[in-house]
Design a protein around this ligand. Structure first.
Ligand code: SAH
Length: 324
């Protein structure tokens, strides 16, 4: 829902009308017609001049584990994916995209292989969450869909700042980045809300990281980690480190030892991610992941293995749009 457009349509109405529209939407209303405290004439005007959503769902996939993945189109036809992850403990987490496609070309990522289209607007980001909010209540959000959030920070922050109205607090909102320094620096300096930060690391040394993530040539490990440590010092919250497990590439015990050397346990918490195969790489097996984690445990670096969700519906970043 483009609230600017809504405001324009409501230009002759009292200003509280915009708030009324937003409150209905944020609580999961599915149409203007449901907004019964608005005059029928106003609802009809909105209907005619402000599309209820900036995104049109085009394809939906449901996993046996309850994960729902949706491929949307923007009004100008670009693909956008979002995922609702349901966990047994009751958590409902939405995974949001910040861009259609991605200009970075991480070798293991399906989105990285797509053509970059454009940054999403704040409304296009919020509309992904609103889509799922209409299905059920949601309480977590991760910016781990398509795109690099730090390349579209303005819109990502505007969206994140509106999520509490949908039931997702800042403490339960995580922005994930490859370590794009200009955006990351702004994030560290300017964002006073307790929004969490995740870093996609994937390798403990520059040479390997540059192979997997060309962006590392531009913003090498030391600089990115220094910025993360500044976040920890300023905000007093740990940074989550994402580490996608690629068989024979970055998953050997010596990689784990280097990782434990690189990251101090007061600043970082590692999340080992089972790879959703998208072509180029094989995911590490259970045993390699367990052995890798054992090395981190031994070094007392906090580490968890991410629960896999939606594997049967190709729910990894960019997988749906890349095949559509
Ligand atoms: N550009 C941001 C946010 C989007 S990706 C970033 O890179 O952090 C969110 C996470 O999913 C990243 O850690 C990314 O490396 C990971 N990822 C990408 N493709 C994957 C796949 N096929 N299987 C598992 N994780 C993947």
């Amino acid at each position: 829902m483009d609230l600017e457009l809504v405001s324009e349509v409501l230009a002759d109405e009292p200003s509280y009308r915009r708030t009324q529209v937003w409150e209905w939407a944020a609580r999961g209303a599915g149409s203007y017609a449901e907004m019964t405290n608005l005059p029928a004439r106003t609802r009809a005007q909105l209907e005619e001049h402000a599309p209820f959503s900036t995104l049109t769902p085009e394809h939906e996939a449901r996993s046996v584990d309850g994960t729902v993945k949706v491929l949307f189109r923007t009004l100008d036809g670009h693909p956008v994916e979002a995922v609702l992850m349901r966990y047994r403990d009751g958590r409902r987490s939405v995974c949001l995209s910040s861009q259609s496609g991605c200009p970075l070309t991480c070798t293991f990522c399906a989105t990285g292989a797509m053509r970059f289209r454009r940054n999403l607007t704040a409304w296009e980001i919020v509309d992904q969450a609103l889509h799922f909010r209409r299905l059920e209540s949601v309480d977590h959000a991760v910016f781990m869909g398509m795109g690099e959030p730090m390349l579209n920070l303005e819109a990502v922050l505007a969206a994140a700042r509106s999520l509490p109205d949908l039931g997702v607090t800042h403490r339960r909102t995580t922005i994930s980045t490859v370590g794009w320094l200009p955006g990351l620096t702004r994030f560290v300096d300017e964002v006073v809300e307790p929004i969490r930060l995740a870093l996609s690391l994937h390798a403990p040394v520059d040479a390997l990281r540059s192979e997997l993530m060309p962006v590392n040539d531009r913003y090498p490990l030391d600089d990115v980690l220094a910025e993360c440590r500044r976040y920890v010092a300023l905000r007093r919250r740990k940074v989550f480190v994402e580490y996608v497990m690629l068989a024979g590439v970055n998953d050997l015990p010596e990689h784990a030892a280097e990782l434990a050397e690189l990251l101090d346990r007061r600043s970082f918490k590692v999340n080992l991610i089972p790879y959703n195969p998208t072509g180029a790489f094989d995911g590490s097996g259970r045993e390699s992941i367990a052995a890798f984690k054992a090395v981190l445990d031994e070094a007392r670096l906090p580490a968890t293995v991410r629960l896999t969700r939606g594997r049967d519906i190709a729910a990894a970043c960019g997988q749906l749009a890349a095949t559509a």
